[in-house]
Design a protein around this ligand. Structure first.
Ligand code: SF4
Length: 202
């Protein structure tokens, strides 16, 4: 695999999780990267992560999902880094499809919604951007498998608009890091109630 700029040691890169936190509230980016105040993960989060790992093992052999998608090859838990997109992350599965394109597949251990949750859509688009950039292959679709209580496979179209929004979000994050500018608060004040920064966020 290759990316146009191979200096993964030197180029600052962020992860899809960083982007999702930024979407949740742009001030997370500022507290973590400008003020260097990390979020503290509470016990509940760790318990959830442990459960997720257990559930992941139980779903590793879901070959029928990949057959349904039309995948001819897959790699599991793939670390990808794209200095040109300033993005790095681990993709649950990278798939090679019959039509010559590639696609990310991500497992979610929540009940299946009617349509892909917006945060999951953003995450899949970021994975698609990574795959496109690293493998230099077309990525027109991504997939989210909701595997709690059975499984439901939902597809995400990887459109130019979605890729452009993902790049724009990455640009916003690096602008905050570069300038140190304090961004606006989240538009949903409900999010502040459980926020670990609420006592220092003015
Ligand atoms: S308290 Fe609210 S505005 Fe401040 S960082 Fe937390 S979620 Fe964002």
């Amino acid at each position: 695999m290759s990316d146009q700029t191979p200096d993964t040691e030197q180029t600052p890169m962020i992860t899809p999780s960083d982007v999702l936190e930024h979407v949740w509230c742009p001030r997370f980016t500022w507290f973590m990267n400008v003020q260097n105040i990390p979020q503290h993960e509470d016990k509940r989060f760790k318990v959830l992560k442990g459960r997720e790992v257990h559930q992941r093992r139980a779903t590793e052999n879901r070959d029928y999902l990949r057959r349904k998608i039309g995948a001819v090859k897959r790699e599991v838990e793939v670390y990808l880094a794209s200095p040109s997109q300033r993005l790095r992350g681990i993709v649950d599965e990278v798939l090679w499809l019959k039509d010559g394109s590639m696609a990310p597949l991500d497992y979610k251990y929540t009940e299946a919604p009617d349509t892909v949750f917006k945060t999951h859509e953003t995450q899949i688009v970021l994975y698609a951007l990574l795959i496109q950039s690293v493998y230099q292959q077309p990525v027109t679709r991504g997939f989210v498998a909701y595997v709690r209580d059975g499984s439901q496979l939902l597809e995400v179209d990887i459109t130019d608009e979605r890729i452009a929004r993902a790049r724009w979000l990455i640009g916003q994050i690096f602008d905050i890091i570069r300038t140190g500018r304090l961004p606006a608060r989240t538009s949903s004040r409900l999010r502040c109630e459980d926020c670990c920064y609420k006592n220092i966020c003015v």
